[in-house]
Design a protein around this ligand. Structure first.
Ligand code: SAM
Length: 278
């Protein structure tokens, strides 16, 4: 898929997903977000950037740890996500958090601006995540940390059929390389290639819990990255896609509810001090 098209699909897809996002994903993503914050080891004096911040779930938790005068910035490609994050920060009293619409691969910050860069469940959606990781490295101060969480290996994510089901009904792939970083040591290798040292990785098994078939379908189709394609389906096509998706979840159905397995990978790395030339 053309990189600009992928960015547009993400930008406008997440705009559409925003109203369903927290009710569909807040609890489900919490274990990965908590592991990411643990690995980030944030201290009260840290200046922090949260990339692909969505509605600000991680940004606002990070803002609570740092001193009020330390700035926390959240960036996201979706205008509606940024607007939702601004509102959430106001409501939750995170007065030191600010938000901007920005592509993760082209961060408009000077070199060595931040002590920590966070990115929870964002890198899988980028045309070139390696470029974003190089950006994280550039804007970190020496000794600063980057931490990213992605979904894990495809065969450990029981909901993975969502992409082929939607792709079969549109012209192009919605998330062409979604599972690449979560497979094997993909994410850790990408950190090293971007210049990070002292990398560490954690894999977490999880389950996505849905009380009903409807809840599972809203989360997958309306609350996530396929939102743009899905919004253009006719009612008949939506119905067919739901039926196919629920069939793929059948092994994980418990009566009316579902417990769908999933896996997260969380990687942290340090920007080493610059080597002085004599
Ligand atoms: C699954 S949400 C994660 C949001 C948040 N980090 C969290 O943990 O709740 C993925 C986010 O990635 C954003 N995104 C996708 N492509 C992006 C890009 N190229 N640059 C910046 N953000 C992007 C989407 O707009 C969406 O808000």
């Amino acid at each position: 898929m053309d990189a600009n098209l992928q960015r547009r699909v993400q930008r406008y897809g997440w705009d559409k997903a925003v109203s369903n996002y927290e009710r569909s994903w807040h609890a489900q993503l919490e274990p990965a977000q908590t592991a990411l914050l643990e690995l980030a080891n944030i201290t009260p004096r840290d200046c922090i950037l949260d990339v692909a911040c969505g509605t600000g779930l991680v940004t606002i938790r990070a803002a609570a740890v740092v001193d009020p005068e330390c700035e926390i910035v959240g960036t996201d490609i979706s205008e509606q996500m940024v607007a939702a994050a601004r509102l959430a920060a106001r409501v939750r009293g995170a007065t030191n958090a600010r938000f901007e619409r920005m592509d993760a691969e082209d961060l408009k910050f000077a070199e060595e601006s931040f002590d920590a860069v966070l990115c929870a469940l964002g890198l899988m959606y980028l045309p070139e995540p390696e470029k974003a990781l190089r950006e994280f490295h550039r804007i970190l101060r020496p000794g600063g940390r980057a931490v990213a969480a992605v979904w894990g290996q495809r065969n450990r994510c029981g909901w993975a059929e969502i992409f082929s089901i939607v792709d079969a009904r549109v012209q192009s792939d919605v998330c062409p390389m979604f599972f690449r970083l979560g497979t094997g040591d993909g994410l850790q290798h990408a950190f090293v290639a971007a210049g990070f040292t002292n990398t560490s990785a954690r894999r977490l098994d999880t389950h996505l819990h849905y009380a009903s078939a409807e809840e599972a379908c809203v989360a997958a189709f309306a609350g996530g990255p396929v939102g743009l394609a899905y919004s253009r389906f006719s009612d008949d096509v939506k119905q067919q896609a739901h039926t196919e998706y629920l069939l793929s979840l059948e092994p994980y159905r418990r009566g009316k509810a579902y417990a769908v397995p999933g896996e997260f990978v969380v990687v942290a790395g340090i920007k080493g001090a610059a080597v002085q030339s004599k």
